[in-house]
Design a binder for this molecule. Sequence first.
Ligand code: PLP
Length: 392
Amino acid sequence: MSIEADLEYSRTSKRVKAIKPSGIRKFFDLLSGMEGAISLGVGEPDYTTPWHIREAAIFALEHGRTMYTSNSGTPELRREIAAYLNRIHELDYDWKSEILVTVGVSEALDLATRAILDPGDEVIVPDPCYVSYASCITLAGGVPVSVPTYEDQSFEINPMDVARYITPKTKAILLGFPANPTGAVMPANKLSEIAILAERHNLIVISDEIYNRLTYGVTVPSFASMPGMKERTVLLNGVSKCYSMTGWRIGYAAGPQEIIAAMTKIHQYSMLCASSMGQAAAMEALKNGEEDIQAMVEDYNRRRMVMVSGFNSLGLSCFDPRGAFYAFPSVKSTGLSSDEFAERLLKEEKVAAVPGTAFGEQGEGYLRCCYATSMSQIEEALERIKRFLSRL
Ligand code: PLP
């Protein structure tokens, strides 16, 4: 190998180099081994999966259901997903050709971007947004294009702003509402304005609806139920958040046949299928888990109100998040950056929260705090934050 070639040679790809390390990880590294710390950092439910769901997996194991399933997922689960989407959103999907069971929404995001994008294709994403969106787009060869969202617009993505960012290279819009990290929801009228743009510019909409059932006093429609949108939407959802099943790794994609077939093509060479016992558990969740969702939502709502009013009374203005399980208070009044605030809060008071910048430039000046933790931890965290603020 010549010296020039040797210098240019790299054992890892340019695509991997182009993605940033997760800003969340850094905080978990600081947190690990710290005694007496309170974490508002992890975005996952604090409940154990409801017993009847665990039992369904035990039953599947006892009956020897330990083999690979069909690449697309068991017919029983796909039928159940179709029935669920019909019951909740009045959407009609053909379970045989329009639904794919994946390893969480995480895999579905990876598959959807890889199935849709060619090198250089642009995908519009809200800023701030879930950490995986930009990385999945980049790894698929695409270009994430961030559309800023603002606290005084309730962190909803503004359709007029979306229109400004559309170029001839735009292939898709990736939406995630209710949103991580802000807890923002989108009203139906704004979703239908985005639908009009998707139609006009022939765009695909990847709609991450993982928090769709975790809402407080509002309901959020599926993007696929907007007029004319079922044929353009890749609806992503799963059981991780609303049934407290993060470790089971079951998600799904529902969408146009051609896109689901393309995603299945990749999935059959990478994952083969999602775990068979996880699929058995997910089926029970979708079939008989409505009461579990209601109970958890009521509980999250109590914690949400304590956290949001707590931040506001400490002078950290906090917008009213109507979905997911995150509060996104502003720390701008302290004069500290998100990173400085989060790092000092962790070191001085042992409270872990994620700086808003982990989710995009618009996250500067904010902290993401997850309230899927016990009420006593939330109250203690607020006390510690009060003490921290009094020293600034
Ligand atoms: N989408 C969003 C917006 C999330 O917040 C998360 C997890 O935090 C995921 C997707 C990943 O979900 P899953 O556990 O189904 O892979």
